[in-house]
Design a protein around this ligand. Structure first.
Ligand code: XIL
Length: 379
């Protein structure tokens, strides 16, 4: 089996030092750099000990069509904020099948190895995303006309290889992503595994992941499950059934891709709580809050305040639920957000502007974390 060698180690070496403050005169002299980041003035500093504050690490996926080098590990200013602000990181695309497993007998681990190394250098945990999904699969898999036995062997080998490689280094895995449609029906058509191998394969994916890393916490992850609705009901029904069969499921994760045009999901906390009541861990894994911004215009102060309120309420919901222990934003700067690429006329969905300056949403998160854990945090 061919395994690509790490290419990024040298580039990263210089960026892995926890950032220290840059003197004011230096910041003025180098306007292309972010101002110095005081470690006491970050999200991770004020986060409660039992709540990881995370971000996606930009690379792969839509970034490859944007005409800039992969943000990780090339954008030094980006790396400084990534190290300073967060104590959890999630590969945005670097562990998806199309990226990490580009041919049947070839894996591409260089980028993920570099992310894991960066995380260790900066005392961050890592969320693995994802092993079992209907999207971003390589053509060799989707169009391979494999037999059932072959497909099962391919999935097992992938999970053993990828989870095994990072055993002890990935804290939580989104084992299965988006297995239900919005009506709460299993994706029996577009998910190749469920279509070809039946729903029982879902439990096998969790079993194989657990065998490869018994310490890792194993999650279901989905969008449009913020609220009490048919889709979240489907998970509430499925997970205890799997657990009764001995399937190692530890948690239920809500992605949290919100848009101000749909209103805030006011029942988010109640929804997380009913999974907590089952003894599950919960997490918010991909939050962003997009808004309507017609091309060439800027968001208004009122829009920014509304966005900040969405982030604040989502974080507060997680803080209020005992075992909601991970809150991850899907990118921290608009410079690299997937939103304008995927949602027409919507954007500005993250907590920092293109130049890494902070929006009201950033301060809403910082204040909420501080209040959740006054005088304690991760200091
Ligand atoms: C997105 C990435 O942000 C993009 O870079 C990529 O082009 C497409 O996928 N739900 C998920 C994430 O679970 O993996 C998706 O990420 C966003 C929706």
């Amino acid at each position: 089996m061919k395994v690509y060698q790490s290419i990024a180690a040298a580039v990263l070496a210089s960026a892995m030092i926890f950032p220290t403050a840059v003197p004011a005169f230096a910041a003025q002299d180098q306007r292309s750099q972010a101002p110095g980041i005081q470690k006491q003035d970050t999200l991770r500093w004020v986060a409660p000990q039992d709540l990881k504050i995370g971000t996606a690490v930009a690379g792969g996926g839509h970034h490859e069509t944007q005409g800039y080098p992969a943000p990780f590990p090339n954008d030094k200013e980006y790396l400084r904020h990534l190290a300073a602000e967060f104590d959890s990181v999630s590969p945005e695309n670097q562990l998806k099948w199309e990226f990490v497993h580009p041919a049947r007998d070839a894996y591409r681990f260089a980028e993920m190895d570099a992310i894991v190394q960066f995380a260790q250098e900066n005392k961050q945990v890592v969320r693995g995303h994802t092993l079992f999904w209907h999207s971003q699969n390589p053509a060799w898999l989707e169009q391979g006309n494999f037999s059932k036995d072959e497909l099962r062997a391919i999935l097992k080998e992938h999970i053993q290889t990828v989870v095994g490689r990072y055993a002890g280094k990935i804290q939580q895995w989104d084992v299965a992503n988006e297995i239900f449609d919005d009506s709460g029906k299993l994706r029996t058509t577009d998910n190749i595994w469920i279509r070809e191998l039946g729903p029982e394969i879902i439990g096998d994916a969790f079993r194989w992941a657990h065998e490869a890393d018994p310490q890792a916490k194993l999650f279901f992850n989905d969008y449009n499950v913020e609220s009490l609705n048919a889709k979240s009901d489907a998970y509430l029904d499925l997970i205890p059934k799997l657990q009764a069969q001995g399937v190692p499921v530890d948690g239920f994760a809500v992605q949290g891709h919100l848009s101000t045009q749909y209103g805030f999901p006011a029942d988010l906390q109640a929804n997380l709580q009913r999974f907590d009541d089952l003894g599950l861990e919960t997490a918010i894994t991909e939050i962003d809050v997009r808004m309507r911004v017609p091309a060439g215009t800027q968001p208004t102060a009122a829009q920014l305040a509304e966005q900040a309120s969405y982030y604040q309420r989502a974080l507060q919901a997680c803080v209020n639920v005992d075992e909601c222990n991970s809150f991850t934003i899907w990118g921290f700067t608009d410079k690299y957000s997937w939103v304008p690429v995927f949602f027409a006329n919507e954007g500005e969905a993250t907590v920092m502007w293109n130049d890494f300056t902070r929006k009201p949403a950033y301060y809403a998160l910082q204040d909420t974390l501080e209040q959740a854990s006054p005088g304690r945090g991760n200091r």
